[in-house]
Design a protein around this ligand. Sequence first.
Ligand code: NI
Length: 196
Amino acid sequence: MIYPIVAYGDPVLRKKAQDIPADFPGLSALIDDMFETMYGASGIGLAAPQIGKSIRIFIVDATPFEDDEDLSEADRKMLGQFKKVFINAEIIQERGDEWVFNEGCLSIPDIREDVFRKDEITIRYVDADFKEYTEVYSGIAARIIQHEYDHIEGILFTDHLSALKKRMIKGKLTQISKGQIRADYRMKYPLAKKKR
Ligand code: NI
C-alpha cells in the first residue's frame, strides 16, 4: 500500500518519534508499505513520520547511486548495497569535519539546499527482526542516515540552513503546506483547503 507523504507544516514531522516494541502489530507489512511508498516517490530514504506515524522507523535504499558516475568506485560499490531498515535508532556519536551536500526531502518537494553535517556517525539500531547492531557510517551513507534520523527526532533539513536562507524559502514552504505545488506523488498537505 502506498501512503500519501506528509508535507511540510504537519505537526507529526515535528514530534520526537517513539520506540516500538518487537511485537508491534503489522510491522513487516508496514515496512513493505514504506518501501513501496518510497519507491513510488523515487526517494532514497523515508521515515515513518513522513507517512503520519510518530514511531522510530526509517528505511534507506541508496542502490540507485550504484550508477552515479560522479562518485568514486568505492562509494558506488558501497551504496549499491545500502538498503536497510533502521528501527529504534540512536546516533551515539557524530564526528569528523563538516561537509556540504545538496539535500532534498520527499516532504519538502521542489526545495533542495546545501546542508553541512559531520562526516562520520556511530548508530545503534535494531533491524526488522529486532537484531541489534552498532555500526559506523561515513560519507553519503552517513548523510542519508543523518537526514532520516533527523525525521524521527522531529527535525527537517531546512532547520540546518542559515537564517537568511530560511527567510528566502519561507514563502515556498508555506506554499508546500497549502498544497500549492506539484509533486509527482500523492501528498497530504496540512493547510490545504478542503475541496467540497
Ligand atoms: Ni526527508
